[in-house]
Design a protein around this ligand. Structure first.
Ligand SMILES: [Zn+2]
Ligand SMILES: [Zn+2]
Length: 158
C-alpha cells in the first residue's frame, strides 16, 4: 500500500529532524511532551518540528501549511505529513482543511472523510480498525490541549 511507504518516509524524515542532544551542552535530553525536550544537564529546552508547528498554531491559529512552513522553518511536507498521519489535527471551525483522497471533500485529519471511511470499512468486513484510514480508535482518548488541537500516538516517535 502506498500509504505505508509515505508513512515510513514521513517517519524517517521526522525522526532525522528530531533533536537528539542538547544544542547548548550536547547533553542528553528527555521528552517532556508537546514536541518539547529538556536537557538532563543544563535544563535547556529543545523543540522538534511537531512542537514548532503546535506552538505556531496555538499562538496564531491555523494557517495554510505553506505559511506555517515559512514561519516555523519546518518543511511543508513534514507539516502535511503530520496532518495526514493524524498527529496534528486542524482546529474545528478553521477554514484550512486537507482533502479526502477519495472524494476530495474537506477533512481535518487523516486521509479519508467519514463517508469514504464507512464505505471502505463496509467493503473490508472484519477489519475493525485500519491505521490507513483517518478514523480514530475509540479506546484511545485524544489528549486535549486547550480544546482546539489533539495529537495522537505521538509516543511512537520517541
Ligand atoms: Zn544542555
Ligand atoms: Zn471522501
Amino acid at each position: 500500500m502506498t500509504n505505508k511507504k509515505e508513512h515510513d518516509k514521513f517517519v524517517k524524515e521526522f525522526i532525522e529532524r528530531k533533536p537528539t542532544r542538547c544544542s547548548k551542552c550536547r547533553g542528553r535530553i528527555r521528552y517532556i511532551g508537546a514536541g518539547r525536550y529538556e536537557c538532563f544537564d543544563c535544563g535547556h529546552e529543545e523543540i522538534d518540528d511537531f512542537g514548532k508547528v503546535k506552538a505556531f498554531i496555538d499562538e496564531n491559529g491555523s494557517a495554510p501549511a505553506i505559511i506555517i512552513s515559512e514561519c516555523t522553518g519546518v518543511p511543508e511536507e513534514i507539516i502535511n505529513g503530520m496532518l495526514r498521519q493524524g498527529r496534528l489535527e486542524i482546529p474545528e471551525g478553521s477554514n484550512v482543511y486537507i482533502k479526502c483522497e477519495k472524494c476530495g471533500c474537506s477533512i481535518r485529519y487523516g486521509r479519508f472523510c467519514p463517508d469514504c471511511i464507512r464505505n471502505r470499512t463496509n467493503s473490508l468486513k472484519g477489519v475493525f480498525f485500519n491505521p490507513d484510514i483517518g478514523e480514530k480508535p475509540h479506546h484511545e482518548a485524544p489528549q486535549q490541549q486547550d480544546g482546539k488541537m489533539h495529537f495522537l500516538n505521538f509516543d511512537r516517535f520517541k
